[in-house]
Every structure is written in C-alpha cells, then in structure tokens.
Design a binder for this molecule. Structure first.
Ligand SMILES: N[C@@H](CCC(=O)N[C@@H](CS)C(=O)NCC(=O)O)C(=O)O
Length: 186
C-alpha cells in the first residue's frame, strides 16, 4: 500500500452512533468533554467552519491529545463566506484560530499553544524549546514560498518557475527531516 487510503478503506473507519462530545475526535462537535462535565470547560476554540485551516487544526489536535475540555465556535473563512460580525468584534482581523480563556482572547497559533502549555502543561516539548526553532522557521519558510508561488501571482514579478522551484526546495527540507524521524505514519 502506498499509504493513501481509498474511499473503501475509509469506510471501514465509519463509526455508528458517534458520540460527538465524549467519543473519538470529530469535526461535528461543538463541545468536547472527554468524560468531564460542562462546568469544567474553560477553553473556547474559534475555528473555521469546514475544518480547512491548518493553524486551527494545530490547536484542535493539541486540545484533543491533551484531553482538555473545550467548546467550539465555528467561523466562516473569507474564501467561502462572510465573517460573523460578533467574531470581528472579538478579533478585528477575522483571522483563525483564536481561543478564549476566562474572558481573555488569544490569537496566533504559536501564542495560543504557548498560552495553553502555560495553563495545562506541554504535550511533549514546549513550543518555545530551542530544538524546535529550526522546524518552526521552516514552517514559516514553506508557508511563504507556497504563498509566493500560488497566492501572489498578480503582484509578483519573479518568474513562476523560479517561485515553484523555491517552494520545492523548502518542502524538500521538510522531507529530509521527516525521512530522518523515527516516527512512522504507516
Ligand atoms: N500566523 C497565523 C496564521 C493564521 C492564518 O493565516 N489563518 C487563516 C486561515 S488558514 C485565516 O484565518 N485567514 C482568514 C480567513 O481565511 O478567513 C497563526 O499561526 O495563527
């Protein structure tokens, strides 16, 4: 198998009577309790309605792995809908993800993780650990080169093939790191 699951493979994972609140991770839930009571919820995660945003997924998975009870408020992304006005009052840029904790709104996924680590402890390494600096810089580099290649065409004077090459170089660096990693996906 090349690691990519077919629809038939995926069907085997279908869960009957999914318990959205206490059961396995799912994109439908508006509340996740992991066996806790609703009174224990301190965190609200604002994430994109259709689960596309990778920065939201970063916070979402962190909360799931740490089994921290949380509420979910789903917000439109600009590319497919109108931003909810009540959300713009909380976060003027409309950017996702954001969390709310005891009335405090925090944005920027790295800052959110650092905040959550401070409240609940780290999941493995702290995000500010020095050994993670390089990989976090690489994430920014990949984002920049991807964006320069595909999202900024109209006001970018650098040749398309060069921008594509830059992206491939960035992604190869990640590939190299992953090939050295002991963690295997399948
Ligand atoms: N540096 C930010 C990036 C967040 C970001 O770019 N979010 C995008 C979605 S992936 C966003 O909210 N854009 C506005 C929108 O599409 O509605 C972070 O790490 O949280």
């Amino acid at each position: 198998m090349n690691g990519i699951l077919t629809w038939d493979d995926l069907n085997k994972f279908e869960v009957e009577d999914l318990n959205r609140v206490h059961g396995i991770n799912n994109s439908y839930a508006n509340l996740r309790l992991f066996g806790h009571s609703e009174n224990d919820v301190l965190v609200t995660l604002y994430r994109d309605r259709h689960s596309w945003c990778p920065y939201c997924q970063k916070i979402w998975l962190w909360l799931e792995f740490k089994r921290i009870p949380y509420r979910v408020r789903k917000i439109n992304m600009f590319c497919y809908g109108q931003k909810e006005s009540w959300f713009l009052e909380k976060v003027r840029s409309g950017k996702l993800p954001a969390i709310e904790f005891k009335g405090q709104v925090i944005t920027e996924s790295d800052d959110i993780i650092a905040f959550l680590e401070n409240e609940f402890g780290a999941l493995g390494s702290f995000i500010t650990s020095s050994h993670l600096c390089k990989i976090r810089e690489l994430e920014r580099e990949i984002f920049r080169s991807w964006c320069n290649w595909l999202c900024r065409e109209s006001f970018n004077f650098i040749d398309n093939s060069f921008r594509k090459k830059r992206f491939k170089e960035s992604i190869s660096k990640l590939d190299e790191i992953l090939s050295r990693s002991k963690i295997r996906v399948c």
